[in-house]
Design a binder for this molecule. Sequence first.
Ligand code: ADP
Ligand code: MG
Length: 384
Amino acid sequence: MDESNKTKLSFDDLSLKDHLLRGVYSYGFENPSKIQHLAIPKIATGKDLIAQAQSGTGKTGAFTISVLQNLKEEQKNTQVLILSPTHELVHQINEVITSLSNYMDVSIMEVIGGTNVYECKKQLEKCPQIIVGTPGRVLDMIQKKCLFTDRIHTIIFDEADEILSYGFKESIYQIVQQIPENTQICLFSATMPEDVIELSDRFMNNPDKILIKKEALTLEGITQFYINIKINEWKFDVLKDLYDTINVSQCIIYINSKNKLMDLYQNLTKENFPVSYIHGELSSQERKDVMENFRSGHSRILLSTDLLSRGIDVQQLSLVINFDLPKSKETYIHRIGRSGRYGRKGVSINLVTDRDISYMKDIETFYETKIEEMPHNIADFLSV
Ligand code: ADP
Ligand code: MG
Protein backbone atom coordinates (compact mmCIF):
# COMPACT_ATOMS: atom_id res chain seq x y z
CA MET A 1 0.00 0.00 0.00
CA ASP A 2 1.02 3.55 -0.72
CA GLU A 3 2.96 5.19 2.13
CA SER A 4 1.00 8.42 1.69
CA ASN A 5 -2.13 6.51 2.42
CA LYS A 6 -0.97 5.54 5.90
CA THR A 7 -1.82 7.47 9.02
CA LYS A 8 -0.14 7.94 12.35
CA LEU A 9 -3.25 6.70 14.08
CA SER A 10 -3.21 3.22 15.52
CA PHE A 11 -5.81 0.45 15.32
CA ASP A 12 -5.72 0.59 19.11
CA ASP A 13 -7.54 3.93 18.91
CA LEU A 14 -10.53 2.57 17.03
CA SER A 15 -12.27 0.90 19.99
CA LEU A 16 -12.26 -2.49 18.33
CA LYS A 17 -13.15 -5.66 20.19
CA ASP A 18 -10.03 -7.32 21.60
CA HIS A 19 -10.29 -10.51 19.62
CA LEU A 20 -10.86 -8.54 16.42
CA LEU A 21 -7.89 -6.28 17.13
CA ARG A 22 -5.78 -9.37 17.58
CA GLY A 23 -6.93 -10.62 14.18
CA VAL A 24 -6.11 -7.29 12.56
CA TYR A 25 -2.56 -7.31 13.88
CA SER A 26 -1.94 -10.93 13.11
CA TYR A 27 -3.18 -10.30 9.57
CA GLY A 28 -0.23 -7.93 9.28
CA PHE A 29 -1.87 -4.53 9.33
CA GLU A 30 0.07 -2.13 11.53
CA ASN A 31 -1.77 1.15 11.21
CA PRO A 32 -5.11 1.97 9.62
CA SER A 33 -5.13 3.62 6.21
CA LYS A 34 -7.00 6.92 5.92
CA ILE A 35 -10.21 5.37 4.72
CA GLN A 36 -9.99 2.85 7.52
CA HIS A 37 -9.50 5.32 10.31
CA LEU A 38 -12.28 7.50 8.95
CA ALA A 39 -14.80 4.85 7.96
CA ILE A 40 -14.53 2.40 10.86
CA PRO A 41 -15.77 4.81 13.56
CA LYS A 42 -18.53 6.08 11.25
CA ILE A 43 -19.80 2.61 10.40
CA ALA A 44 -19.70 1.79 14.10
CA THR A 45 -22.38 4.44 14.70
CA GLY A 46 -24.83 2.53 12.53
CA LYS A 47 -25.35 5.41 10.14
CA ASP A 48 -25.40 5.00 6.38
CA LEU A 49 -22.13 5.81 4.70
CA ILE A 50 -20.87 6.69 1.26
CA ALA A 51 -17.12 6.30 0.94
CA GLN A 52 -15.39 7.26 -2.24
CA ALA A 53 -11.77 6.20 -2.55
CA GLN A 54 -9.65 4.91 -5.37
CA SER A 55 -8.47 1.37 -5.51
CA GLY A 56 -5.61 0.44 -3.28
CA THR A 57 -6.64 2.72 -0.45
CA GLY A 58 -7.75 -0.11 1.84
CA LYS A 59 -11.52 -0.13 1.37
CA THR A 60 -11.79 -3.88 1.87
CA GLY A 61 -10.08 -3.60 5.23
CA ALA A 62 -12.35 -0.70 6.16
CA PHE A 63 -15.63 -2.52 5.69
CA THR A 64 -14.50 -5.99 6.73
CA ILE A 65 -13.18 -4.72 10.07
CA SER A 66 -16.36 -2.67 10.53
CA VAL A 67 -18.60 -5.59 9.74
CA LEU A 68 -16.80 -7.79 12.25
CA GLN A 69 -16.91 -5.07 14.85
CA ASN A 70 -20.68 -4.63 14.49
CA LEU A 71 -21.48 -8.33 14.27
CA LYS A 72 -23.40 -9.85 17.14
CA GLU A 73 -21.38 -13.02 17.36
CA GLU A 74 -23.71 -14.80 19.75
CA GLN A 75 -26.64 -14.44 17.37
CA LYS A 76 -26.45 -17.20 14.81
CA ASN A 77 -28.45 -15.59 12.04
CA THR A 78 -27.68 -13.75 8.84
CA GLN A 79 -26.79 -10.20 9.80
CA VAL A 80 -24.55 -8.85 7.08
CA LEU A 81 -24.65 -8.85 3.33
CA ILE A 82 -21.61 -7.78 1.35
CA LEU A 83 -22.09 -7.40 -2.37
CA SER A 84 -19.26 -7.22 -4.83
CA PRO A 85 -19.20 -7.36 -8.66
CA THR A 86 -17.05 -10.41 -9.38
CA HIS A 87 -16.36 -13.88 -8.04
CA GLU A 88 -12.71 -13.01 -7.58
CA LEU A 89 -13.53 -10.03 -5.43
CA VAL A 90 -15.95 -12.10 -3.40
CA HIS A 91 -13.20 -14.68 -2.77
CA GLN A 92 -10.80 -11.96 -1.82
CA ILE A 93 -13.20 -10.37 0.64
CA ASN A 94 -13.99 -13.76 2.09
CA GLU A 95 -10.30 -14.45 2.61
CA VAL A 96 -9.75 -11.12 4.31
CA ILE A 97 -12.77 -11.51 6.59
CA THR A 98 -11.84 -15.08 7.41
CA SER A 99 -8.32 -14.08 8.41
CA LEU A 100 -9.38 -11.02 10.36
CA SER A 101 -11.91 -13.06 12.31
CA ASN A 102 -9.40 -15.75 13.14
CA TYR A 103 -9.92 -15.23 16.88
CA MET A 104 -13.67 -14.70 16.64
CA ASP A 105 -16.55 -17.09 16.32
CA VAL A 106 -18.04 -16.11 12.98
CA SER A 107 -19.71 -17.93 10.11
CA ILE A 108 -19.12 -16.61 6.61
CA MET A 109 -20.42 -17.85 3.29
CA GLU A 110 -19.88 -17.02 -0.35
CA VAL A 111 -22.97 -16.80 -2.53
CA ILE A 112 -21.91 -16.51 -6.15
CA GLY A 113 -23.21 -17.48 -9.53
CA GLY A 114 -21.92 -20.50 -11.37
CA THR A 115 -21.87 -22.69 -8.31
CA ASN A 116 -24.15 -25.58 -7.44
CA VAL A 117 -27.54 -24.14 -6.46
CA TYR A 118 -28.50 -27.13 -4.33
CA GLU A 119 -25.27 -26.87 -2.33
CA CYS A 120 -25.77 -23.16 -1.98
CA LYS A 121 -29.27 -23.61 -0.58
CA LYS A 122 -28.12 -26.28 1.83
CA GLN A 123 -25.36 -24.12 3.21
CA LEU A 124 -27.73 -21.20 3.56
CA GLU A 125 -29.95 -23.27 5.83
CA LYS A 126 -27.25 -22.81 8.47
CA CYS A 127 -27.93 -19.07 8.38
CA PRO A 128 -24.33 -17.86 8.04
CA GLN A 129 -23.81 -14.58 9.85
CA ILE A 130 -21.97 -12.88 7.01
CA ILE A 131 -22.75 -13.42 3.37
CA VAL A 132 -20.39 -12.23 0.68
CA GLY A 133 -21.80 -12.52 -2.80
CA THR A 134 -22.53 -11.30 -6.27
CA PRO A 135 -25.90 -9.60 -6.76
CA GLY A 136 -27.49 -12.08 -9.18
CA ARG A 137 -27.17 -15.21 -7.05
CA VAL A 138 -27.89 -13.35 -3.82
CA LEU A 139 -31.16 -12.04 -5.24
CA ASP A 140 -32.04 -15.47 -6.57
CA MET A 141 -31.51 -17.00 -3.13
CA ILE A 142 -33.56 -14.28 -1.46
CA GLN A 143 -36.41 -14.79 -3.92
CA LYS A 144 -36.30 -18.54 -3.40
CA LYS A 145 -36.61 -17.88 0.33
CA CYS A 146 -33.32 -19.62 1.04
CA LEU A 147 -31.55 -16.51 2.22
CA PHE A 148 -33.32 -14.92 5.17
CA THR A 149 -33.09 -11.18 5.22
CA ASP A 150 -35.17 -10.28 8.27
CA ARG A 151 -32.17 -10.04 10.64
CA ILE A 152 -29.84 -8.26 8.25
CA HIS A 153 -28.63 -5.06 9.90
CA THR A 154 -25.85 -4.09 7.51
CA ILE A 155 -25.42 -4.21 3.77
CA ILE A 156 -22.16 -3.26 2.07
CA PHE A 157 -21.79 -2.43 -1.57
CA ASP A 158 -18.15 -2.89 -2.46
CA GLU A 159 -17.03 -1.27 -5.72
CA ALA A 160 -20.53 0.13 -6.18
CA ASP A 161 -19.63 1.79 -9.47
CA GLU A 162 -18.37 -1.53 -10.79
CA ILE A 163 -21.42 -3.43 -9.60
CA LEU A 164 -23.67 -1.04 -11.46
CA SER A 165 -21.53 -0.99 -14.57
CA TYR A 166 -21.76 -4.78 -14.70
CA GLY A 167 -25.48 -4.31 -15.20
CA PHE A 168 -26.60 -5.39 -11.75
CA LYS A 169 -28.76 -2.33 -11.19
CA GLU A 170 -32.11 -4.14 -11.19
CA SER A 171 -30.82 -6.88 -8.90
CA ILE A 172 -29.38 -4.36 -6.48
CA TYR A 173 -32.62 -2.41 -6.31
CA GLN A 174 -34.61 -5.56 -5.70
CA ILE A 175 -32.24 -6.76 -3.00
CA VAL A 176 -32.49 -3.47 -1.15
CA GLN A 177 -36.26 -3.74 -1.22
CA GLN A 178 -36.05 -7.15 0.44
CA ILE A 179 -34.03 -6.10 3.45
CA PRO A 180 -35.41 -4.45 6.58
CA GLU A 181 -36.15 -0.75 6.30
CA ASN A 182 -33.63 0.33 8.94
CA THR A 183 -30.70 -1.68 7.58
CA GLN A 184 -27.47 0.27 7.57
CA ILE A 185 -26.28 0.76 4.00
CA CYS A 186 -22.61 1.41 3.30
CA LEU A 187 -21.47 2.12 -0.17
CA PHE A 188 -17.84 2.00 -1.30
CA SER A 189 -16.96 3.27 -4.71
CA ALA A 190 -13.96 4.51 -6.63
CA THR A 191 -16.03 7.01 -8.59
CA MET A 192 -19.49 8.53 -8.23
CA PRO A 193 -21.28 8.11 -11.55
CA GLU A 194 -24.97 8.96 -11.95
CA ASP A 195 -26.05 5.40 -11.20
CA VAL A 196 -24.30 5.37 -7.85
CA ILE A 197 -25.77 8.71 -6.87
CA GLU A 198 -29.22 7.50 -7.87
CA LEU A 199 -28.77 4.36 -5.80
CA SER A 200 -27.75 6.38 -2.77
CA ASP A 201 -30.52 8.96 -3.25
CA ARG A 202 -33.17 6.31 -3.53
CA PHE A 203 -32.21 4.02 -0.71
CA MET A 204 -29.89 5.65 1.73
CA ASN A 205 -30.85 7.55 4.80
CA ASN A 206 -28.96 10.81 5.18
CA PRO A 207 -25.58 9.10 4.70
CA ASP A 208 -22.26 10.33 6.06
CA LYS A 209 -19.76 10.93 3.30
CA ILE A 210 -16.05 10.30 3.07
CA LEU A 211 -13.89 11.23 0.12
CA ILE A 212 -10.28 10.08 0.01
CA LYS A 213 -8.25 11.54 -2.79
CA LYS A 214 -5.24 9.66 -3.87
CA GLU A 215 -2.55 12.16 -4.57
CA ALA A 216 -1.79 12.26 -8.22
CA LEU A 217 1.90 12.51 -8.93
CA THR A 218 3.14 14.44 -11.89
CA LEU A 219 6.47 15.09 -13.57
CA GLU A 220 5.27 18.52 -14.63
CA GLY A 221 7.69 21.21 -13.52
CA ILE A 222 10.51 18.72 -12.95
CA THR A 223 13.52 19.18 -15.17
CA GLN A 224 15.04 15.79 -15.76
CA PHE A 225 18.63 15.14 -16.74
CA TYR A 226 20.88 12.21 -17.21
CA ILE A 227 24.62 11.75 -17.09
CA ASN A 228 25.99 8.86 -19.07
CA ILE A 229 28.72 7.32 -16.98
CA LYS A 230 29.64 4.37 -19.18
CA ILE A 231 30.38 2.01 -16.32
CA ASN A 232 29.00 1.60 -12.84
CA GLU A 233 32.29 1.96 -11.00
CA TRP A 234 32.65 5.57 -12.09
CA LYS A 235 29.39 6.69 -10.57
CA PHE A 236 31.04 7.42 -7.26
CA ASP A 237 33.49 9.87 -8.78
CA VAL A 238 30.78 11.57 -10.78
CA LEU A 239 28.72 11.96 -7.65
CA LYS A 240 31.69 13.57 -5.88
CA ASP A 241 32.11 15.96 -8.78
CA LEU A 242 28.48 16.88 -8.44
CA TYR A 243 28.82 17.46 -4.74
CA ASP A 244 29.42 21.20 -4.79
CA THR A 245 26.46 21.60 -7.05
CA ILE A 246 24.11 19.54 -4.98
CA ASN A 247 25.28 20.96 -1.71
CA VAL A 248 23.42 24.20 -2.41
CA SER A 249 20.12 22.47 -1.97
CA GLN A 250 18.34 19.63 -0.27
CA CYS A 251 18.91 16.46 -2.14
CA ILE A 252 17.88 12.83 -1.96
CA ILE A 253 20.00 10.23 -3.66
CA TYR A 254 18.23 6.97 -4.44
CA ILE A 255 20.16 3.72 -4.49
CA ASN A 256 18.53 0.42 -5.32
CA SER A 257 19.87 -1.74 -2.52
CA LYS A 258 20.70 -1.32 1.14
CA ASN A 259 24.17 -2.81 0.75
CA LYS A 260 25.08 -0.50 -2.09
CA LEU A 261 23.71 2.38 -0.09
CA MET A 262 25.92 1.53 2.89
CA ASP A 263 29.00 1.20 0.65
CA LEU A 264 28.32 4.58 -0.84
CA TYR A 265 27.71 6.07 2.58
CA GLN A 266 31.00 4.74 3.89
CA ASN A 267 32.94 5.93 0.87
CA LEU A 268 31.43 9.39 1.04
CA THR A 269 31.96 9.85 4.76
CA LYS A 270 35.52 8.52 4.48
CA GLU A 271 36.18 11.46 2.19
CA ASN A 272 34.39 13.84 4.54
CA PHE A 273 31.23 14.39 2.61
CA PRO A 274 28.51 14.87 5.20
CA VAL A 275 25.55 12.77 4.16
CA SER A 276 22.90 10.89 6.05
CA TYR A 277 21.04 7.75 5.08
CA ILE A 278 17.81 5.89 5.55
CA HIS A 279 16.63 2.40 4.68
CA GLY A 280 14.08 -0.12 5.79
CA GLU A 281 16.23 -1.88 8.33
CA LEU A 282 16.61 1.11 10.59
CA SER A 283 14.27 1.16 13.55
CA SER A 284 11.27 3.41 13.24
CA GLN A 285 12.78 5.77 15.81
CA GLU A 286 16.00 5.99 13.81
CA ARG A 287 14.00 6.66 10.67
CA LYS A 288 12.08 9.39 12.40
CA ASP A 289 15.27 11.04 13.63
CA VAL A 290 16.88 10.93 10.20
CA MET A 291 13.79 12.45 8.60
CA GLU A 292 13.55 15.17 11.20
CA ASN A 293 17.16 16.15 10.64
CA PHE A 294 16.57 16.21 6.94
CA ARG A 295 13.36 18.17 7.04
CA SER A 296 14.84 20.74 9.40
CA GLY A 297 17.80 21.19 7.06
CA HIS A 298 20.32 19.80 9.55
CA SER A 299 21.30 17.28 6.99
CA ARG A 300 21.10 18.30 3.38
CA ILE A 301 21.93 15.17 1.48
CA LEU A 302 20.11 11.97 2.17
CA LEU A 303 20.89 8.55 0.73
CA SER A 304 17.78 6.43 0.50
CA THR A 305 16.50 3.13 -0.76
CA ASP A 306 12.98 2.98 -2.16
CA LEU A 307 11.68 2.86 1.36
CA LEU A 308 11.34 6.60 0.98
CA SER A 309 10.23 6.92 -2.59
CA ARG A 310 6.57 6.79 -1.72
CA GLY A 311 4.86 9.34 0.36
CA ILE A 312 7.77 11.52 1.30
CA ASP A 313 6.87 15.16 1.29
CA VAL A 314 9.12 16.18 -1.53
CA GLN A 315 7.62 19.59 -2.08
CA GLN A 316 10.56 21.43 -0.58
CA LEU A 317 13.12 19.20 -2.20
CA SER A 318 14.89 20.79 -5.12
CA LEU A 319 16.95 17.87 -6.31
CA VAL A 320 16.58 14.11 -6.60
CA ILE A 321 19.43 11.99 -7.90
CA ASN A 322 18.86 8.48 -9.12
CA PHE A 323 22.21 6.90 -8.40
CA ASP A 324 20.52 3.86 -9.92
CA LEU A 325 17.46 3.96 -12.13
CA PRO A 326 14.59 2.42 -10.18
CA LYS A 327 13.83 -1.21 -10.92
CA SER A 328 10.24 -0.44 -11.93
CA LYS A 329 8.95 2.40 -14.07
CA GLU A 330 6.23 3.14 -11.54
CA THR A 331 8.82 3.88 -8.88
CA TYR A 332 10.37 6.56 -11.07
CA ILE A 333 7.43 8.90 -10.60
CA HIS A 334 7.23 8.11 -6.91
CA ARG A 335 10.85 9.10 -6.50
CA ILE A 336 10.87 12.32 -8.44
CA GLY A 337 7.26 13.28 -9.18
CA ARG A 338 5.45 15.96 -7.25
CA SER A 339 1.93 15.94 -6.07
CA GLY A 340 -0.42 18.66 -7.10
CA ARG A 341 -0.13 20.96 -10.05
CA TYR A 342 1.28 23.75 -7.94
CA GLY A 343 4.18 21.77 -6.58
CA ARG A 344 7.45 23.64 -6.64
CA LYS A 345 9.81 23.16 -9.46
CA GLY A 346 12.58 20.66 -9.16
CA VAL A 347 15.42 18.92 -10.89
CA SER A 348 16.29 15.28 -11.16
CA ILE A 349 19.54 13.76 -12.32
CA ASN A 350 19.80 10.16 -13.42
CA LEU A 351 23.18 8.49 -13.40
CA VAL A 352 23.02 5.96 -16.18
CA THR A 353 25.41 3.52 -17.76
CA ASP A 354 25.29 2.39 -21.38
CA ARG A 355 23.21 -0.55 -20.31
CA ASP A 356 20.55 1.71 -18.80
CA ILE A 357 19.97 3.87 -21.86
CA SER A 358 17.23 1.83 -23.48
CA TYR A 359 15.41 1.42 -20.18
CA MET A 360 15.63 5.15 -19.66
CA LYS A 361 14.05 5.63 -23.11
CA ASP A 362 11.26 3.32 -21.94
CA ILE A 363 10.70 5.54 -18.95
CA GLU A 364 10.55 8.61 -21.20
CA THR A 365 7.98 6.96 -23.42
CA PHE A 366 5.97 5.66 -20.49
CA TYR A 367 5.60 9.10 -18.94
CA GLU A 368 5.68 11.02 -22.23
CA THR A 369 8.47 13.08 -20.82
CA LYS A 370 11.97 14.15 -21.74
CA ILE A 371 15.21 13.32 -19.94
CA GLU A 372 17.97 15.49 -21.38
CA GLU A 373 21.70 15.12 -21.13
CA MET A 374 22.89 17.22 -18.20
CA PRO A 375 24.26 20.60 -19.30
CA HIS A 376 27.32 22.27 -17.77
CA ASN A 377 25.29 25.05 -16.26
CA ILE A 378 23.35 22.66 -14.07
CA ALA A 379 23.84 25.00 -11.11
CA ASP A 380 21.61 27.57 -12.80
CA PHE A 381 18.73 25.13 -12.72
CA LEU A 382 19.17 24.53 -9.04
CA SER A 383 19.32 28.08 -7.82
CA VAL A 384 15.60 28.70 -8.04
P1 ADP B 1 -9.18 -1.20 -2.16
O1 ADP B 1 -10.33 -2.10 -1.85
O2 ADP B 1 -9.39 0.21 -1.74
O3 ADP B 1 -8.75 -1.29 -3.59
P2 ADP B 1 -7.71 -3.03 -0.56
O4 ADP B 1 -8.55 -3.05 0.62
O5 ADP B 1 -7.81 -4.15 -1.52
O6 ADP B 1 -7.92 -1.66 -1.34
O7 ADP B 1 -6.20 -2.85 -0.06
C1 ADP B 1 -5.13 -2.72 -0.96
C2 ADP B 1 -3.88 -3.35 -0.38
O8 ADP B 1 -3.48 -2.66 0.79
C3 ADP B 1 -4.09 -4.78 0.05
O9 ADP B 1 -2.93 -5.51 -0.30
C4 ADP B 1 -4.24 -4.71 1.54
O10 ADP B 1 -3.80 -5.89 2.19
C5 ADP B 1 -3.34 -3.55 1.88
N1 ADP B 1 -3.79 -2.86 3.10
C6 ADP B 1 -5.03 -2.42 3.35
N2 ADP B 1 -5.08 -1.83 4.54
C7 ADP B 1 -3.85 -1.90 5.09
C8 ADP B 1 -3.27 -1.48 6.33
N3 ADP B 1 -3.98 -0.86 7.26
N4 ADP B 1 -1.97 -1.74 6.54
C9 ADP B 1 -1.24 -2.37 5.60
N5 ADP B 1 -1.72 -2.81 4.40
C10 ADP B 1 -3.01 -2.57 4.14
MG1 MG C 1 -11.61 -3.08 -3.15
